[in-house]
Design a protein around this ligand. Structure first.
Ligand code: GLA
Length: 389
């Protein structure tokens, strides 16, 4: 598939709707490099926008009808702009509806919209295809209806769409990474202040994504349960520590160790993961500045081990990839990336080793699970944007 779907999509837009698009936007997927489930705990994450994304083309309708078409599956939904509701039968459309609903509420428009989108992000791979769709459609729709939004406002709209239209109580990581991505750099976000900075990735840094092609059927409910446990842990520390605790971000490892025995063991394990991850991100950022990739990679392995044993959001396939990664020469670090319970692992290596490492990882995975993982080199890329013409 071509890396740039825009020209082809523009032609297909005319074929489908009989009129050209007037607005086009693009938003990339993301890879979570370090900092797992820390975003909704008001902590820190290092992530990157990737070189795969979603294109969204739109134009106003002559009437009140909205038509949303998914280019890759050739499906379309239609509904009046005055009646926007989630529909379980077409889950892909709910992300766009979740962005459209608040815009319509504010703009009170006299017309609907026609939308065609398509993506190069593999679905269910843990690369945030849903956030890319939210952000691409959000950028296009806010422009089309004349109510521009800042990047952070768009990110919050995307998060609300997930909460209200898809049922996942996610944080802001996916949307912020898609919006603030920078070529050749990592995005470093403080999820309390929402300050976003970039950290140069360096020429010796290459990320490989290894998609297990596994998707846990209960991923949303498992995710929401983990989030509830983290909030329970924060409430526990808020009662016993002498300083204010608003989220697990406010609890140090030393404080955690001093009180963990008094906690429910499952809640304590979940808290251990988040508190440890926050410390790893802060340390990892310093190591990256010093070009210490071996040290940074070791933190990625630690992060995975913590996911496996404390947060219990890994799965046998992800564990097998990370185990292989520990034995293949040239791999600096490896860990699960994103929510967990399937999806992808991210591998850190030198660009010149990427192809050999990819082949070795694939053959070990195939030998064990009799299925082929999807492996691709990820290039940290620029974030979401409106496209000309
Ligand atoms: C998913 C969520 C994010 C974040 C990660 C885990 O990608 O959408 O908000 O919580 O999981 O770090």
């Amino acid at each position: 598939m071509s890396n740039d779907l825009y020209p082809d999509l523009a032609t297909r837009f005319i074929k489908r709707f009989g009129t050209p698009h007037t607005i086009a936007a693009y938003a990339p997927g993301r890879v979570e490099v370090l900092g797992n489930h820390t975003d909704y705990n008001e902590g820190f994450v290092l992530s990157a926008a990737i070189d795969a994304g979603t294109w969204c083309l739109a134009t106003p309708s002559p009437d009140l009808q909205c038509r949303i078409a998914a280019g890759d599956i050739e499906q379309e939904v239609a509904f009046p702009v005055t009646d926007i509701r989630a529909d379980r039968k077409t889950p892909w459309a709910n992300y766009v509806k979740g962005m459209l609903a608040p815009i319509v509420k504010q703009a009170n428009p006299a017309h609907g919209v026609r939308i065609l989108f398509q993506s190069t992000i593999p679905l269910g791979a843990g690369l945030s295809s849903s956030a890319a769709l939210e952000i691409a459609s959000g950028l296009a729709l806010t422009t089309l209806y004349g109510i521009p939004r800042s990047k952070l406002e768009l990110a919050r709209m995307g998060q609300a769409a997930e909460h209200e239209y898809a049922g996942a109580k996610c944080g802001l990581l996916d949307q912020i990474s898609s919006l603030f991505g920078k070529a050749h750099a990592l995005v470093r976000t403080d999820f309390r202040s929402l300050e976003v900075t970039t950290v140069p990735a360096g020429d010796a840094t290459c990320f490989l994504m290894c998609n297990t092609r596994v998707k846990h059927s209960l991923v949303d409910s498992e995710y929401n349960e983990r989030r509830a446990r983290c909030e329970e842990a924060a409430a526990f520390f808020a009662k016993i520590l002498s300083h204010p605790v608003q989220a697990l971000r406010d609890v140090s490892w030393t404080e955690f160790e001093a009180h963990r025995a008094a906690m429910h063991p499952v809640t304590a394990r979940r808290a251990a993961h988040v508190i440890g991850e926050n410390e790893r991100v802060l340390k990892g950022q310093r190591l990256l500045k010093d070009h210490d990739l071996a040290g940074f990679g070791a933190l990625m392995f630690e992060s995975h081990e913590s996911s496996r044993t404390q947060f219990e959001n890994s799965c046998p396939e992800l564990d097998a990839i990370v185990e292989s990664a520990r034995t293949i020469p040239g791999i600096r670090g490896a860990r699960l990336s994103g929510g967990g319970f399937g999806g992808s692992a991210v591998i850190l290596c030198h660009p010149q080793d990427a192809s050999r490492i990819g082949q070795q990882l694939a053959s070990q995975y195939e030998a064990r699970f009799s299925k082929t993982p999807e492996i691709r080199v990820i290039t940290p890329s620029d974030g979401a944007r409106l496209l000309p013409g």
